[in-house]
Design a protein around this ligand. Structure first.
Ligand code: GUN
Length: 292
């Protein structure tokens, strides 16, 4: 078993991003600039947004965080997005999900200018991604592709099983792994909550990507020898073992699955760190006008 080390790869790629950020700053006269919008006080969202802001600073980007209370109206939020869309000094906009129930995530996602949609969630970017045209790729799937590329994992002709069909991970990930690109060129199966006997499919996976949000969902009896395991799970549990008061668990029973795997991502220290790299690379690409 070998680790797909998100800490090592993300630090390496962030050094490259920082160099490119310094270059583009010379050319455009300002740093790449990410705007993050956070509604409410969800503990996970607070942590993830804080990490995105901190990493912007690390690589020499500007960032702005707009915070709103849970009772903000959808109209007011859409208006804020419109204002940032029109700001020539902003390269990227992200609205942290989930949003309160009275706000439509679809309306919010569609209001963000596709040219600044560094989360890659806008239907225009998703459509362009599916057609293999230049687009912002959703940050987590993008980070996973970067990780597979970094370790030269051969994906062509392999059976990739994606567990989970979310807009953020499972659905775009399945499209990316089936595309005629490297990484890609897989035969892809998507499993989800309505799939009977998920084990039947996971047992046949050469590459298993799990994004279902359930601690220890994938157990050793569900995988074959030599599988490549990508664990997207970010299950937070209260714990007195850590400084933050929370402990993070993946969707995979790492201790028992790792011995059967050829490659596996740990949690923490795996995909989560690569998501940030995906976001930073999209923001840099936007500042460089590489996509639009
Ligand atoms: N919530 C969970 N993952 C993400 C992400 O990648 N982007 C945003 N905006 N919200 C999320």
């Amino acid at each position: 078993m070998q680790l797909l080390d998100g800490k090592f790869v993300s630090e390496k790629l962030k050094l490259q991003i920082a160099e490119e950020a310094a270059d583009i700053r010379q050319k455009i006269g300002r740093k790449p600039h990410l705007v993050a919008i956070l509604v409410g006080h969800d503990g996970g969202s607070e942590t993830y947004v804080a990490s995105k802001i901190k990493n912007c600073e690390k690589v020499g980007f500007d960032s702005t965080l707009y915070r709103f209370e849970n009772d903000i109206t959808e109209d007011a939020l859409l208006q804020k997005i419109e204002e940032v869309n029109n700001d020539p000094n902003t390269d990227g906009i992200l609205v942290q999900l989930p949003l309160p129930k009275h706000i439509s995530a679809d309306n919010v996602t569609e209001r963000i200018s596709p040219e600044k949609d560094v989360d890659g969630f806008h239907p225009i970017n998703l459509g362009r991604m599916q057609r293999n045209l230049p687009s912002f790729l959703p940050a987590t799937p993008y980070g996973i592709l970067l990780m597979l590329a970094e370790y030269n994992i051969n994906t062509a002709g392999k059976h990739c099983v994606v567990v989970g069909r979310s807009n953020i991970v499972g659905s775009p990930m399945s499209i990316l792994m089936a595309r005629n690109t490297n990484p890609g060129n897989c035969t892809v199966t998507i499993c989800h909550s309505r799939t009977p006997d998920i084990k039947k499919f996971t047992l046949d996976a050469d590459i298993l990507i799990v994004a279902i949000g359930k601690k220890n969902f994938i157990t050793a009896d569900m995988v074959k020898e030599g599988v490549v395991v990508i664990d997207v799970g970010m299950n937070r549990e209260i714990s007195n073992e850590t400084k933050s008061g929370y402990k993070l668990y993946g969707d995979v029973d790492f201790d028992n699955v790792a011995p059967k795997s050829s490659w596996i991502t740990p949690v923490p220290g795996g995909v989560g760190l690569m998501t940030i790299v995906g976001l930073l690379k999209n923001t840099l690409a936007s500042a460089k006008k590489e996509i639009y």
